[in-house]
Design a protein around this ligand. Structure first.
Ligand SMILES: CC(C)(COP(=O)(O)OP(=O)(O)OC[C@H]1O[C@@H](n2cnc3c(N)ncnc32)[C@H](O)[C@@H]1OP(=O)(O)O)[C@@H](O)C(=O)NCCC(=O)NCCS
Length: 107
C-alpha cells in the first residue's frame, strides 16, 4: 500500500432506521467525498467483526475488499484506481487506427 488512506472509524445507523438505505447512502457519500478531497490517497479502509454479515455485504457491494485483519476484525479496502492510461489523446489515436486501419502519424 503506498501513500496514506482514509479510515472510516465506525458507521452506525440508528437501529430504528436501519435497512432503509441510509448506510449505503452514507458510504457512497464518503467514497465520493474522499476521492474528491484527496485523490492522492490510496483508498479507504474500514473494519468490522468477521460475524457482521450485514457490514460485509454492504461494504463488498460498494467495492471494498477484505484484505487483512486487525485485532480480530476484518480490514476491508476500497482502493482508488490509478489514472487510466487511455487519456483523451491516446483514445483519439486508437480511434484513428480504427478508422484508417493504419497507425496515425506522429507529426
Ligand atoms: C451496517 C449498517 C451501518 C448498515 O446500515 P443500513 O442503513 O441498515 O444499511 P442499508 O439499508 O443501506 O443496506 C445496505 C446493504 O446492507 C446489507 N444489509 C442491510 N441490512 C441487512 C440485513 N438485515 N441482513 C442482510 N443484509 C443486510 C444489504 O446488502 C443492503 O443492501 P441491499 O438493501 O441492496 O440488499 C447498520 O446495520 C448498522 O448501523 N449496524 C450496527 C453497526 C455496525 O455493525 N456497523 C458496521 C461496522 S463499522
Amino acid at each position: 500500500m503506498n501513500g496514506k488512506a482514509w479510515v472510516v472509524a465506525i458507521l452506525i445507523i440508528d437501529k430504528h432506521h436501519q435497512r432503509k438505505g441510509y448506510g449505503r447512502a452514507a458510504m457512497e457519500q464518503v467514497i465520493q467525498q474522499a476521492r474528491t478531497e484527496a485523490p492522492d490517497k490510496s483508498g479507504i479502509v474500514i473494519s468490522y467483526r468477521p460475524s457482521n454479515v450485514v457490514a460485509e455485504r454492504l461494504y463488498t457491494s460498494l467495492g471494498f475488499k477484505p484484505e487483512g485483519e486487525f485485532e480480530g476484525d476484518v480490514l476491508a479496502w476500497f482502493r482508488f484506481q490509478p489514472p487510466s492510461v487511455y487519456t483523451p489523446a491516446r483514445a483519439l489515436n486508437l480511434l484513428d487506427v480504427g478508422l484508417t486501419g493504419r497507425l496515425p502519424s506522429r507529426s
